[in-house]
Design a protein around this ligand. Sequence first.
Ligand code: HEM
Ligand SMILES: *[C@@H]1O[C@H](CO)[C@@H](O)[C@H](O)[C@H]1NC(C)=O
Ligand SMILES: *[C@@H]1O[C@H](CO)[C@@H](O)[C@H](O)[C@H]1NC(C)=O
Ligand SMILES: *[C@@H]1O[C@H](CO)[C@@H](O)[C@H](O)[C@H]1NC(C)=O
Length: 341
Amino acid sequence: METSLHWHRTSIIKDLSFFLLVLESLLLFLSLPNCCFAQLKRDYYRDSCPNVESIVRNAVEKKLQETFVTAPATLRLFFHDCFIQGCDASVILASPSGDAEKDAPDDLSLAGDGFDTVIRAKAAVDSVPGCKNNVSCADILALATRDVIVLSGGPNYDVELGRRDGRQSTKASVDHHLPLANFSYKNLEDMFASHGLSQVDLIALSGAHTIGFSHCSQFSKRIYDFSNKSSIDPTLDQEYARQLQQACPRNVDPRIAVPMDPTTPLKFDNEFYKNLLQGKALLASDQALLATRKSRRVVTAFASNSSLFEQVFVASITRLGRVGVKTGNQGEIRRDCRMVN
Ligand code: HEM
Ligand SMILES: *[C@@H]1O[C@H](CO)[C@@H](O)[C@H](O)[C@H]1NC(C)=O
Ligand SMILES: *[C@@H]1O[C@H](CO)[C@@H](O)[C@H](O)[C@H]1NC(C)=O
Ligand SMILES: *[C@@H]1O[C@H](CO)[C@@H](O)[C@H](O)[C@H]1NC(C)=O
């Protein structure tokens, strides 16, 4: 009786503190548009390109029918763009001299299909006379990101618009500004915090690893050279580790990539968190999301309640889409997403 009561009491306290955590995250989401980010608006193109959403959606749909990689490639491109000089499509700028963002080591694995999605959607937008040269590449990337999430089975949401395109893209600006697969929880937390993103944002946005692929080099240490005590990371499910060794033999072709979500790799869902709790997170940085009591509680909640995950993910990706945005007279609306005007 005593133990069961005790258990009950701590569990209520836990639920309450988790509830407050999520509430805090959602309240922040609701309050920010009135406070600091009034520049972005849902209906920004109401007069200058009223059908922009359906034009982009159609272009993305077509591209996705050609290859599924469109979805993870676009989603990751958005993330990398926002973390470097804000969400300003600077990552898409071509590289005449090998010194652009996309030339940085951490961006070399960005799949070409993400870039292609934006180029094609921009062409579709510009083929509508009233819209020509009126919609920024940064906004097209934000819309295309929402579209690939929806088309992969994820939540639908309104995208805030009004970003202007950046004019600068340098390789050096990427150094030490993107998270790596071997980051600790503290490293991840600090880097997200530097963009005004919370631990809940970090955990929700990492759920993007529910789709897409990773090259073997990103996790080979976990299955071959973990430590002097054990070659396999003990936090990995041993059966899963053996499967990974088969897919990624030592000295594997560096182009080989494996799904990051081993159960539903093509579906945007909360399986990432269920896998994580079962030792089936591919990257050490994903495994690191279990590092603290607080973070474990969030992971567990997302694993057990997919609508909670979707709700928080939408709030978090909306906040990601506000990072460092250029608005008003800043930047420009690029005519060609690969070149400054
Ligand atoms: C939290 C820190 C993060 C780290 C350390 C990380 C790291 C990585 C790594 C190493 C890969 C594999 C790349 C490759 O081998 O080609 C990857 C893939 C991917 N990441 Fe992340 N990532 C993080 C957060 C995010 C976020 C916030 C998003 C989006 C909201 C995201 C979206 C993706 C997607 C969709 C892929 C698959 C790409 C594809 O299949 O082409 N990641 N990430
Ligand atoms: C762009 O939007 C404005 C309204 O903001 C509109 O007058 C114009 O026709 C649109 N197209 C071009 C090419 O400027
Ligand atoms: C993390 O990985 C990067 C390369 O991706 C490497 O340069 C760095 O040394 C690694 N850090 C640690 C602590 O292993
Ligand atoms: C799951 O999360 C949703 C959305 O936040 C919430 O309304 C619902 O009560 C939760 N369901 C359970 C079973 O906890």
